[in-house]
Write a protein that binds this ligand. Sequence first.
Ligand SMILES: [Ca+2]
Ligand SMILES: [Ca+2]
Length: 461
Amino acid sequence: MILVLTDDLDARLLGEHLADYPNLRELAAEGTTFDNAFVTDPLCCPSRATILRGQYAHNHRVVGNWWPQGGSRKFRDLGREGSTVATWLQDEGYRTALVGKYMNEYHGTRVPPGWDDWYGISGDHLSTRLSENGRIVGYDPERRHLDDVLAEKAVGYVRRAADDGSPFFMWLGTSAPHAPAEPAPRHEGAFPDARLPRPPSFDEEDVSDKPGWVRDNAPLDQRQISPMENLYRNRLRSMLAVDEMTGRLVDALEESGELKNTYVFFTSDNGWHAGEHRLTTGKWTAYEEDIRVPLIVRGPGVPEGRTLDHLVLNNDLAPTFAELGEAQAPRFVDGRSLKPLLSDDPPPLEDWRTAFLVEAATELGATVVPLLSGDQLPEKWRHAPREDWGRPGLEAVRTEDHLYAEYGNGERELYDLRKDPYQLDNRYGAADPELLLRLRGRLAALRGCAGADCRAAEDGH
Ligand SMILES: [Ca+2]
Ligand SMILES: [Ca+2]
């Protein structure tokens, strides 16, 4: 089993440009694409902790990228790394390998429990050093692009694992397309005419409906749009190396005779916004741009060229790998196995989850801000800085039709996603009281849920 985990790839970028990535296009043609895949905590480290453990962030408690809210040290100090998808599979005789990005603030050479082979990026998001089974190796980005190095490591691992005979699980965390999204030199001239998407929510004209942290933003000006446009092109270009990496992996699997036995999952740890609702580039909001991610799965028995509309989450990946690997997922897991959706006979939509929780804390300096304290939030946190990441802590419920968000400062948002897919018109003030009651009830059931209770709350039982 291979998980290709990109960094900050939004669903739209891949959706609009799949034709430009022949290997990913082939992966989709040979597998199943999930058109409604989401992350429940749209920021790198919380999402990666969720992917490793199958839990909502309120349960694993890694709620930011940096100490003391998050980071790999927090994950370790809380004892979370002792039970992850890697340890579960290792216990069942799988060989496990991590190649590339693990979590924020991973430094040094320490290998967390559960990993037989480790080629983790050591250092910050600009680092080109790998911790290779206890040894730091630096790579000169002028000579070899880091994603090309990761591709070589991954392909080498696949070839060795095929010879070894025991089943394997590989986490392949790419550096693309995370900002600054430096493309490989051979891709620098690609996408010369690509234009930053300008959906109806781009530079939203009327933000009077929005909460204060959005409402107070001035219209975007060219000094903000130009760098977003450049970054967008570099994001597209940087993904070309990931496309090639995917192709090389599939080729290596085929050559070693393992392709028919191997599941390949392709996804991202969070989405990305660039200009929507007057927000410059970023993530970690409950808006669609940030919570939607691509998810493509190919493997034995997985129907080819199919798309599914089921709501699937980053919480689901760990229990899915556990079930596919015949390992037992612990009771603390909040997500559910996607195995039934990988069959010819997936459960109908009405027998699947109809809602999920989105949660995002705030990170103000080194201060730990609770996910949400309702109106009890201390005064000093009620007026967060007016930047993307300065929004108040939020909890939201996303159903098939609506997004309902509650902020720690008491502000609320409600969008009718059927009528208003771009989230231009916050209906909270004019909402049907019965609808509001229902959504509040669903949010209340999901907030603080654990294990099977999360799944029941998501199903609406
Ligand atoms: Ca990320
Ligand atoms: Ca509006």
